[in-house]
Design a protein around this ligand. Structure first.
Ligand SMILES: [Zn+2]
Ligand SMILES: [Zn+2]
Length: 250
């Protein structure tokens, strides 16, 4: 099967380039087979912008393998966004941690400034796609086609936020990511967050009110206990002077 579009190419310096920013006439190579490719498409009708192998090139995995094609497509839309040549990709968040309401669609955050495909991280993990911010890996993306990320791979992510996408979903719409699993910061809906804040505020007020009342009207029992303490606890005759005692017990 041939028919998947090549979403990314390398320029002469080896950097990945989105077809949105490709210059006609410049030299580009396929990131999979290193064969020469040229930018194509992007007209009013016809396919989205992509790269195409020059005729005569043997069948390349980027045109036949949905998994490989999807990861380059993800990187391509991120690169296009970073170059201000395409919309900002978004992520459909997991349901609310409290009520289970469907999560919102959140845009990729500001600060992302680089994207790499199959780049090995210091932890040894090699996500399909990694988003970077100021040189640090921020989000790892795994593209799922036939099997889910196994437990060992999950452990290797360590503290890195990551999500797992389905290859076909990516090929259908690379701009809205629908994780089937993720380890992004848990999301709480606005209603639940407000309810939690209100409950916290009520608790705080109740504590304040209780302590204010305690100051205004000390319980007789505790007053008696304090008086007893003065007498029993202070054996020094100096402390038992009439004046001090009177003050303590009044
Ligand atoms: Zn190729
Ligand atoms: Zn909720």
């Amino acid at each position: 099967m041939r028919g998947l579009l090549i979403a990314l190419a390398r320029d002469e310096t080896g950097r990945l380039v989105s077809p949105a920013t490709a210059i006609r006439g410049a030299d580009y190579t396929c990131p999979e087979c290193d064969g020469p490719v040229i930018p194509r498409g992007g007209g009013d009708r016809g396919p989205r912008r992509h790269f195409a192998h020059l005729s005569g090139v043997a069948v390349c995995a980027l045109e036949t393998d949905a998994h490989r094609s999807a990861k380059y497509l993800l990187a391509a839309v991120v690169l296009a966004w970073l170059a201000r040549a395409g919309p900002r990709p978004s992520v459909l968040r997991a349901p609310c941690t409290t009520c289970g309401d469907p999560g919102p669609t959140q845009h990729l955050p500001d600060g992302i400034d680089e994207v790499r495909v199959e780049k090995r991280l210091p932890s040894g993990r090699q996500p399909d796609v990694t988003l970077y911010s100021a040189g640090h890996a921020r989000v790892g993306v795994e593209v799922l086609v036939t099997h889910a990320v196994d437990a060992e791979k999950v452990a290797a992510f360590g503290a890195l936020a990551w999500c797992e996408l389905v290859g076909e979903d990516v090929l259908a719409n690379p701009l809205c990511w629908k994780p089937v699993r993720d380890m992004l910061r848990p999301w709480t809906c606005r209603r639940c967050a407000r309810a939690k804040a209100d409950a916290g505020r009520r608790e705080h007020l109740a504590v304040e009110r209780a302590s204010a009342e305690a100051v205004r009207a000390p319980e007789p029992a505790s007053r008696a206990a304090r008086a007893t303490k003065v007498v029993i606890g202070h054996s020094d005759p100096e402390d038992l002077r009439p004046g001090v005692r009177q003050q303590e017990t009044s």
